[in-house]
Design a binder for this molecule. Structure first.
Ligand SMILES: [Zn+2]
Length: 408
C-alpha cells in the first residue's frame, strides 16, 4: 500500500531540499505515464486532479482509477485536488479519495481568501487531510498559451503570506513569484529575493504553480529555498500533443489509437526528466520509511430496528445511508439486511472513512447526531458498534495485489 500522508511526504522534501512533482492528469495515459515514471525513477509523486480540468473528464469516474494506481504503486504516492474552487469541491474530493486538497480563492480579496481557506482547513483537518492555500495570483490557465488568459499576475507579498498562514492554518503555501500557468512566450523571470523574504516569515513548505518552462538553474534554486512541491502540467500536455501531431503527419488516415501511439511514452519521459531535475529520483525508499501510510478505517454498526413494517424499515436504512454519506470525511456507506437471522442483529451499517481522524470526528457531526437522536435511536433495538483500521501491510478495498495478478 503506497498511498501515504501528503504532509509527511512534503515535509520530507522540505527538510531535505528537493521538490515532489504534482502532475495534473487529464486521461489514463497521463495517469499511467506519471506512475511508470515515478516507479522507474524510484521517486515519490503526487497525482493531481485539477478542478479546471473537470470539463475534460468525469471526476467521479476518474478517481477510482487514480486511487487504484496509487495503491498499486510501489513508490509513495499522494492524491491531491488542485485549484479547488469551493468547500463543496473539497468535500467531494475527500470523499473520492484525495488525501490533500488545494483551495484556490485567489480571485477574492485577502480577507475573503483567508475566510474561505480557514473554513476549508477546519473541515479538511477534521478529516485528517492537509491543505494548500495560495496568496497572490499566478496568472493563466494550465495547458494553454498563457497569453490567452493573461489575467493580472499578483506577486505574493511576504507580510500577507505571513498573515495568511497564521490565520488559516494551511499546511503548505502556493506563492506567486513570477511563474505563469500555461505556456509563456519567454522564460519566466523569478523573483528569488521575494521568495527568500517569504521563507523568512513563513514556516510551511512552499508550492510553485506554473513549473513548465523553467530551466535547471531556476528549479535548483527553488528547491533549496523551501519549495517542496511543483505543480506541472503544460509541458506534459505539449509533448503529448506534439507526439500526436507528428503521428498525424506520418499517417493521415490513422485511427485514434494509432494516432495516440507514443503519447504515454512521451509524457513519461518528460516526467522522468523533472524527477531527476528536482532531486526526487531515488527518494522513494526513505520517504516510504518516514511517512505514515494513508490508513483506511471502517466502522460497523450491527443493529435491529423495531416496530417498523419492512418498507418503512428499508426507507429508514436508506435515509441513514444518505445522512452518513453527507458527513465530510465519509468515503461511502453500506446498509444491509442479514441473510440469516443475524444473531439478533438484523441490519448493518458499514462506513468507510477517509482517515482515522475522520472516523474520530464523525460521531460529533451535528447532522449525524441529530439524526441518530431523533430518528434512529427511538427505533434502535439491540446494537453493537465497532471500528477497525486496516491491518498494517494488508490489502485494502480496491487494492490489487500484483503477485496475484501474475496468475491471471
Ligand atoms: Zn496551477
Amino acid at each position: 500500500m503506497a498511498l501515504v500522508d501528503m504532509k509527511d511526504m512534503l515535509h520530507h522534501a522540505y527538510e531535505n531540499g528537493y521538490a515532489v512533482g504534482a502532475f495534473d492528469l487529464v486521461s489514463l495515459d497521463f495517469l499511467e505515464a506519471v506512475i511508470e515514471a515515478a516507479e522507474h525513477c524510484r521517486a515519490p509523486v503526487i497525482l493531481s486532479v485539477a478542478e479546471p480540468h473537470f470539463a475534460h473528464y468525469d471526476f467521479e469516474l476518474m478517481m477510482p482509477a487514480v486511487e487504484a494506481a496509487a495503491r498499486r504503486a510501489d513508490v509513495p504516492v499522494a492524491i491531491q485536488l488542485d485549484h479547488g474552487r469551493t468547500l463543496d469541491s473539497v468535500i467531494q474530493a475527500i470523499r473520492l479519495g484525495c488525501n490533500g486538497v488545494m483551495l484556490d480563492a485567489t480571485d477574492r480579496s485577502l480577507p475573503d481568501n483567508i475566510k474561505a481557506t480557514r473554513e476549508v482547513v477546519e473541515l479538511a483537518h477534521a478529516c485528517g487531510i492537509p491543505v494548500v492555500g495560495e496568496v497572490g495570483y499566478v496568472a493563466g490557465q494550465e495547458g494553454e498559451g498563457a497569453e490567452q488568459h493573461p489575467g493580472e499576475t499578483a506577486l505574493t507579498v511576504p507580510s500577507e503570506a505571513k498573515v495568511f498562514v497564521e490565520r488559516t492554518g494551511v499546511d503548505f503555501l502556493a506563492v506567486s513569484i513570477g511563474t505563469v500557468q500555461g505556456r509563456a512566450r519567454q522564460r519566466a523571470r523569478l523573483d528569488f529575493t521575494r521568495l527568500k523574504q517569504i521563507r523568512k516569515v513563513v514556516d510551511v513548505p512552499l508550492v510553485i504553480h506554473g513549473g513548465s518552462g523553467l530551466n535547471e538553474d531556476q528549479f535548483r534554486r527553488l528547491t533549496t529555498m523551501g519549495v517542496a512541491k511543483i505543480n506541472y502540467f503544460t509541458a506534459l500536455s505539449d509533448v503529448a500533443a506534439e507526439t500526436m501531431r507528428a503521428r498525424m503527419k506520418q499517417d493521415r488516415h490513422g485511427s485514434f489509437t494509432d494516432l495516440k501511439k507514443g503519447v504515454k511514452e512521451a509524457i513519461r519521459e518528460e516526467v522522468e526528466r523533472c524527477l531527476r531535475l528536482w532531486g526526487t529520483a531515488g527518494r522513494a525508499a526513505e520517504v516510504l520509511a518516514r511517512c505514515r501510510p494513508q490508513t483506511a478505517v471502517e466502522s460497523l454498526l450491527l443493529f435491529d430496528i423495531s416496530g417498523l413494517e419492512e418498507d418503512a424499515g428499508h426507507a429508514l436504512l436508506d435515509k441513514t445511508r444518505r445522512v452518513v454519506c453527507g458527513v465530510p470525511g465519509v468515503r461511502d456507506a453500506f446498509v444491509g439486511d442479514a441473510i440469516d437471522d443475524g444473531r439478533g442483529y438484523r441490519h448493518v451499517l458499514r462506513i468507510r472513512f477517509a482517515s482515522p481522524a475522520a472516523a474520530e470526528s464523525f460521531p460529533d457531526h451535528p447532522d449525524w447526531q441529530a439524526f441518530r437522536r431523533k430518528v434512529l435511536q427511538p427505533r434502535l433495538g439491540e446494537n453493537l458498534s465497532l471500528t477497525f483500521r486496516a491491518a498494517e501491510g494488508a490489502a485494502v478495498n480496491g487494492q490489487t495485489d500484483r503477485s496475484a495478478l501474475s496468475y491471471i
